[in-house]
Design a protein around this ligand. Sequence first.
Ligand SMILES: C[S@@+](CC[C@H](N)C(=O)[O-])C[C@H]1O[C@@H](n2cnc3c(N)ncnc32)[C@H](O)[C@@H]1O
Length: 206
Amino acid sequence: MAQVTSGLRSVLSSPGVYSAFQTLVGATRLRKAICAEYIRANAGDILVDVGCGPAEILDHLDPSIRYHGFDLSQAYIDTAREQYGDRGQFHCADITQIADDAIPPCQVALALGLLHHLDDDGARGLIAHLYKRLAPGGRLITLDGGYWPSQSRAARWLISKDRGQNVRPGEAYRDLAAASFDRVELIRRDDLLNIPYSHAILVCTK
Ligand SMILES: C[S@@+](CC[C@H](N)C(=O)[O-])C[C@H]1O[C@@H](n2cnc3c(N)ncnc32)[C@H](O)[C@@H]1O
């Protein structure tokens, strides 16, 4: 996995520290906005969340959503089960190595903060896999820190300090998804956190 887990960034491997840090930088507001503006899942949808972390997105999803979260970290998955046990199914797995049918057929797939942890082959392979599991008309929504020539120096510096080692220019994320999806919308948002940060959001429709 292309992820820095040494030095100061190692403490983020602890689910409690990760959640506290996320709250501090404004991730609760971010998740609320992403759910309302881009995910827009319908009641009863099957939703697959890859790289789900402690699955805090569930705070903003309708309880009728049938949720399946996948993450490499056993600690995050254990925390998700403790916090949201009755709200979904939680699987500890490397999502780039998982069997084809381990991901259920779904209406919505999420990869929030994941693609920048994967190299190009891993990200393209995962997106192709999710495309196969999505129903016709289904959507994949991704969100990652991204580089743009016009962003502030502070945003660029902060994004470069991420644990993920594959932060890309916004257009590079779009190109990865365009290898599988005909319809890919790239959205840049600089207003989702309490710190200077540029997000690349993809809404990919099958
Ligand atoms: C930045 S966190 C995002 C967590 C969550 N989606 C959120 O928005 O709070 C990235 C997550 O991706 C997970 N991850 C990284 N590589 C992975 C892989 N190959 N398979 C599954 N999960 C992975 C990490 O363990 C981490 O929980």
